[in-house]
Design a protein around this ligand. Structure first.
Ligand SMILES: N[C@@H](CC(=O)c1ccccc1NC=O)C(=O)O
Length: 296
């Protein structure tokens, strides 16, 4: 019989047929940038981070991007305030929560309260601990702001993975059910198994079991959406690597099969990093998606 390549999510995962070198490439976002050399991208985006707003200045500089936005009631004399930032932190080896605050102003200017969540990245924290820290942070915000009009979670790259894990959280353990209205999952990974076989695992030390237990791609099929009206937007850059694009598309498909209200978008002409770079600007495509979703 002819060797017909499998289509969609059926059949063997395509990464299993890749050489070690090719797999490493696919899971190194810096190798797929379009405007710079890879080393330049690492320096620009991963080492010094994206320029901050100065709002959060205590730079412990070891945490990862994960942010959460909460629309609050606007009224005369009622200035939205930004709740205390957690000093907990995730698996990103790269960007810290302070550096992730660069996009808050465009949201706070519209009356949206923004919380940047930190967590203990590897090797300080295990992936299970990071997921737990983020879960507790979301529960904390709900407890502090029980009358919020809705909580939207947003994460990029490894942060999108942690954010996606919140779709599967068991909130009963935390004594509170967060008022989750929407998810923005940007250039994320949702099946962690291939990560085990890349250099990304040098600090993380994920076993196959750890990877499976923390793979939303595998878990969404086994869970019912708590709130079927909660909108999950899976968004990937046109110039993200083919593996990152496949992960986003297949996660979107899994969400649809699981009964979630999901949508998928490939953003034109941006790579893994550029996708969030213009979140400081009101007219940016992604900024507009976020604002329209919150204020619809
Ligand atoms: N630092 C590496 C890999 C990296 O940043 C990464 C790899 C897999 C999944 C997420 C990653 N980064 C962002 O959270 C690189 O891009 O060269």
């Amino acid at each position: 019989a002819m060797d017909v390549p499998s289509v969609g999510t059926r059949g063997e995962a395509p990464w299993k047929k890749m050489s070690a070198e090719e797999l490493e490439n696919q899971y190194s976002p810096s190798k797929w940038v379009i405007q710079m050399r890879p080393e330049e991208a690492l320096e620009t985006y991963l080492q010094i981070g994206i320029e901050g707003t100065g709002m959060f200045t205590q730079s412990e500089s070891t945490q990862k991007l994960f942010k959460m936005v909460t629309p609050v009631a606007q009224g005369v004399g009622h200035r939205p305030h930004i709740p205390e930032v957690h000093s907990e932190a995730l698996h990103g080896q790269n960007v810290c929560k302070d550096e992730s605050a660069f996009m808050v102003e465009v949201l706070t200017a519209q009356g949206v309260a923004v919380v940047i969540v930190g967590y203990d990245i590897a090797p300080r924290g295990t992936l299970d601990q990071m997921v737990d820290q983020v879960t507790r942070s979301v529960a904390f915000v709900q407890r502090q702001h029980p009358r919020n009009e809705g909580i939207y979670l947003c994460g990029h790259s490894a942060g999108a993975h942690l954010t996606a894990m919140m779709l599967l959280a068991n909130w009963t353990k935390f004594g509170v059910t967060p008022n989750l209205k929407g998810f923005f999952l940007l250039s994320g990974i949702y099946d962690l198994e291939p990560i085990v076989f890349t250099s990304n695992n040098a600090l993380l030390h994920l076993t196959l079991e750890d990877a499976q237990r923390n793979s939303p791609q595998l878990l969404v099929a086994l869970t019912q959406p708590a709130d079927p009206t909660c909108h999950v937007q899976v968004i990937v850059g046109q110039h993200d690597s083919p593996e990152f694009q496949r992960q986003s598309r297949e996660f979107y498909q899994a969400l649809c099969r699981g009964g979630w209200k999901a949508s998928f978008e490939e953003l034109y002409n941006v790579d893994h990093f550029e996708i969030i770079e213009n979140l400081t600007q009101k007219d940016d495509v992604l900024t507009q998606i976020i604002l329209k979703t919150i204020f619809q």
